[in-house]
Design a protein around this ligand. Structure first.
Ligand code: M6R
Length: 612
């Protein structure tokens, strides 16, 4: 939600800031703005729409400066417009601020300030904060960073902010509570951003801000203070772990397509050093020291949002089967506000690609408060979920830029497979069965490649169904979450309404929707559910639905009944959900391209949902 980028140094900051906004645009893209300090005064340019619009406006009225802040917005308070775009300034026009998060008590702050004669131009919560800083700064004789801190102490909500003030030129102040910030430390220059992607081409040395920390940068360098503990903290820089190539589209037209194709090796990367097909075992270093507590847990909760929640559902099926521990999968937004049965005998697994999803983080914190052992499964190294859980497993899928999650999902599922293999082998899964399972996982990359090679045939299915207004996705067992995920992918990027259902549930309601205009995607692996799924397909056919079957084995019956068949290589039945997910990603992708949708930045969405 919202991308923050700032520069402090000697260069003209505009090229860096614009390029940085582009890198962060996946976090929000309804408006953008930039403010630059030059010769003790600050100028700003803001524009509704994408970064391209801002760039056009900057070409018409250029500004320059070697200290700058810039922002790309995902609207929470107030529609996307020039006025509501960040940076926001205070009433004196001397303080400018960019903000990611939500100031929950902004209306109270506004009321108090209005009584003092402040006037507000935008509908945003951020304008309340910048004026609160101003009110304190110009009344209390504090220096700028002290005024920022004093204002933040009055704020309820979440923020990642960067601010500067022309009365203290050559100073930049940034703070974090709930929304991520990274400080890049270059040679005589600094970069601050919501994530490391805009920084990596300038320096690999970064410091990830922790909750409640505030940075001040001036001519002498940088200093970081913990506002919570009221002390200066000395933090070492760490090295960014990904390369520029990983965050570029390369030859692909869209990040999403690149990321779909990367699954040939990202799934392998997730397993690297963790799986041994020879003896059929898996080894997860990040949780090893807690394995006995995990295996002896009375219950496991998996908590997550969106696609990660779907991965969690697959995890439930696997863990219950292999570990024999009851697993509850809950939306983090529900878990955090109810009274779940969580104690020290409970393990709570939080799954998150970004590691910054506000609800997932809050659920993890709640679980910790209840004494549970918390385990993170996340993709972004050094993210809040990674840092705040007791132990965890990185998915190692590499940066995911497309808003629709693809490779991160299959890597999350892969981690859950590895976890279940660990559980199984520690319990009563025979080495022979373990070997089959591990070998199938180990070889998955080549099967993903086969699916990608068949992308054109999936394109043909998309061409035939592109006019549909609704899709239904049906699956059983491990493939029910795949149906949910297939439907989510389609909704997100093509804006076609889609629902995922357990195949047998269809007749308890959704069947009423089926007619000759409704494509129904049926996941039909040749496993013990096959005959049951076939019966469900018959039920759809009887209502004239358009049947798109995804299967690992064509049979005469399937060929006869299906309008279209999407083939998935035949391998271990447990691996089908990963392979069929890749097919459904391609189906959603092709449909969205045919409908001329914005693939990487679908309307209204943002990659990392850091507000609740
Ligand atoms: O970063 P997270 O995995 O915590 O994100 C959770 C959801 O916001 C995310 O999966 C969302 O549903 C994606 N847009 C799905 O493609």
């Amino acid at each position: 939600m919202c991308g923050i980028i700032s520069y402090y140094g000697k260069r003209d900051s505009v090229p860096f800031l614009i390029n940085g906004l582009r890198r962060l645009e996946y976090r929000g893209y309804d408006s953008a703005g930039i403010a630059l300090m030059k010769d003790g005064s600050i100028e700003a340019v803001k524009k509704a729409g994408k970064v391209d619009e801002l760039e056009k406006k900057l070409k018409e009225s250029p500004i320059k400066g070697s200290i700058g802040i810039a922002h790309t917005r995902w609207a929470t308070h107030g529609e996307p417009s020039d006025i509501n775009a960040h940076p926001h300034k205070d009433k004196t026009g001397k303080i400018f601020l960019i903000h990611n998060g939500i100031i929950e008590n902004y209306s109270t702050i506004k009321e108090v300030l209005t009584r003092k004669g402040f006037q507000f131009k935008s509908q945003t919560d951020t304008e309340a904060l910048v004026n609160l800083i101003s009110d304190i700064y110009y009344a209390d004789g504090l220096n700028f960073e002290q005024a920022v801190e004093a204002a933040l102490n009055q704020v309820v909500g979440t923020y990642g902010i960067v601010a500067f003030c022309s009365d203290e030129p050559n100073k930049l102040v940034a703070a974090r509570h709930g929304s991520p910030l990274v400080l890049g430390v270059g040679k005589d220059e600094y970069f601050i951003a919501s994530d490391a992607s805009p920084i990596v081409e300038h320096t690999r040395n970064v410091i990830y801000l922790d909750e409640g920390e505030i940075i001040t940068i001036n001519e002498k360098g940088h200093s970081i203070r913990s506002m919570k503990d009221d002390v200066i903290v000395n933090k070492e820089t760490t090295e960014i772990e990904f390369s520029i190539e990983e965050i570029e589209k390369g030859e692909f037209p869209h990040f999403m397509l690149k990321e779909i194709y990367e699954q040939v090796f990202t799934i392998k990367d997730t397993m690297r050093g963790r799986i041994n097909p020879i003896d059929g075992t898996a080894h997860l270093g990040g949780i090893e020291h807690q394995m006995s507590r995990i295996q002896n847990a009375h219950r496991i909760y998996i908590t997550a949002c969106g696609t990660s929640w779907h991965a969690g559902l697959i995890g439930k099926y696997l863990i219950e089967e292999y570990a024999g521990i009851p697993v509850h999968v809950e939306y983090a937004s529900e878990f955090r506000y109810r009274k779940p049965i969580v104690d020290s005998n409970t393990v709570v697994i939080g799954i998150s690609q970004s590691g910054e999803t506000a609800d997932t983080l809050a659920a993890i914190r709640k679980a910790k408060d209840f004494g549970a052992l918390t385990v993170g499964i996340c993709n972004v190294v050094g993210s809040s979920v990674a840092r705040e859980t007791d132990c965890g497993i990185y998915t190692h899928a590499g940066p995911e830029i497309g808003v629709a999650s693809t490779k991160a999902f299959t890597s999350q599922v892969t981690v859950l497979f590895l976890l279940s293999l660990c559980f199984g082998r520690n319990k009563n899964l025979s080495s022979q069965t373990g070997k089959k399972y591990a070998t199938a996982l180990f070889n998955i990359g080549e099967h993903v490649k086969t699916i990608l090679d068949g992308s054109d045939s999936i394109l043909e299915v998309a061409k035939s169904t592109v006019k549909a207004d609704n899709f239904l996705y049906l699956g059983r067992g491990l493939n029910f979450p795949v149906a949910l995920e297939g439907a989510l992918k389609l909704k997100e990027i093509s804006y076609i309404h889609a629902e995922g259902y357990p195949a047998a549930e269809m007749k308890h309601g959704p069947i009423a929707l089926i007619d000759e205009k409704m494509p129904v995607v049926c996941l039909a692996p040749h496993d013990k559910t096959f005959q049951k799924v076939l019966s469900n397909i018959q039920e759809v056919k009887a209502r004239k639905g358009v049947i798109i079957t995804v299967t690992d084995k064509r049979t005469p019956e399937l060929e006869k009944i299906s309008d279209y068949i999407i083939d998935v290589p035949s391998t271990h039945p447990k691996v089908f959900p990963i392979l069929s997910s890749v097919s459904l990603q391609l189906l959603a992708y092709h449909l969205a391209v045919l409908r001329d949708c914005d693939i990487d930045q679908p309307r209204n969405l943002a990659k990392s949902v850091t507000v609740e």
